[in-house]
Design a protein around this ligand. Structure first.
Ligand code: NA7
Length: 294
């Protein structure tokens, strides 16, 4: 069976690694903060001391880190991924980062005789745990076919999108709706609440309506009960919207609803809520609407 490497064992990367271990793969992992990976070592993951060491131990290497700067940190330098890339290795980045950075990285990987795919995912912690994650694939189709079985062990929906960078572009195009939908949900709920309908009632009716998307179904309840650990915080959500805005400017596509949702996230940051799950957009809008928090 293929030896797998995984770098970036956060909320998503950690759980994906766990799925790969359960599927029977040997996984060698690295995380900047080693303590956060202890639970995976307890479940059989092998530890390596740097991204380079992971690459040396594996044939297919995954990364899933916060943003473009983090990806630069784990790929560059003498202990980075690029230093170990060689013919026969396949590198898969699952982070949501700048598509142009991803394309450049793929070119550097190809210069060393290896292959890279961008494979971002749609879905959250709960989607992943339920085995319903959706994966988008950018890069050459042949490389995708080579590792399709591994990707299917992560999630049941794998969609080939196009050449390098196209899957991460697609992911950003999808993710902008998360915040935009939450903005509209929050505004509707506040209208209902200020008009005299209890928040719980309004939320329940909303989630029984045709507007209850899968993402709103799992995240809207956070308006009533905040999660113990944020699944995707304000900073991370805003990172995706800013990536969308950069693409909008580059491709001349006005993203008007994104601009509004992005300002709500900035408002939440200004209120000291940057580390909260982005469902806190509701609270930020409630405060400026003069609605008491329950
Ligand atoms: P998390 O849970 O915030 O995890 C982020 C991971 O990225 C975590 O392993 C971090 O290590 C790692 N990270 C962050 N910055 C760096 C730097 N500079 N160097 C090395 N490693 C770093 O995010 P998610 O799992 O929810 O999401 C990951 C990506 O998937 C993101 O692009 C999403 O948009 C989609 P740490 O544990 O903090 O040491």
């Amino acid at each position: 069976m293929t030896n797998i490497g995984f770098i970036g064992l956060g909320e998503m990367g950690g759980r994906i690694t766990q799925r790969l271990l359960v599927a029977g793969y040997t996984v060698t992992g690295y995380n900047r903060t080693k303590a956060k990976a202890q639970w995976l070592m307890d479940e059989g993951m092998l530890w390596a001391d740097s991204p380079l060491r992971v690459v040396q131990a594996a044939d297919v290497i995954f990364t899933m880190v916060s943003n473009t700067a983090a990806l630069q940190d784990v790929t560059g330098g003498p202990n980075g991924i690029l230093a170990g890339m060689a013919p026969g290795k396949i590198y898969v980045d699952m982070s949501t980062v700048s598509p142009s950075f991803s394309r450049n990285l793929a070119a550097q990987v190809a210069d060393q005789g290896a292959k890279m795919l961008d494979v971002p995912v749609s879905g959250s912690v709960i989607t992943l745990e339920q085995g319903n994650l959706s994966l988008m694939i950018g890069g050459d189709r042949e490389t995708f076919e080579q590792i399709k079985e591994i990707l299917l062990a992560i999630g049941p929906k794998v969609n080939y999108v196009g050449e390098n960078g196209k899957a991460v572009l697609m992911k950003i195009a999808i993710n902008l709706s998360l915040a935009v939908q939450f903005q509209a949900l929050s505004e509707g709920l506040l209208l209902a609440e200020k008009g005299g309908i209890p928040r719980e009632t309004a939320l329940e009716v909303f989630l029984n309506s045709v507007l209850a998307s899968p993402s709103l179904k799992y995240r809207a309840p956070f308006i009533i009960n905040k999660p113990a650990n944020p699944w995707f915080n304000v900073n991370m959500m805003q990172k995706d919207l800013v990536l969308a805005q950069e693409l909008g400017r580059e491709l001349n596509v006005p993203l008007t609803s994104v601009a509004v949702a992005n300002e709500t996230l900035t408002m939440a940051r200004a209120m000291g809520l940057a580390e909260e799950d982005y469902a806190i957009m509701f609270e930020a809008l409630a405060r400026i609407s003069g609605v008491e928090q329950v």
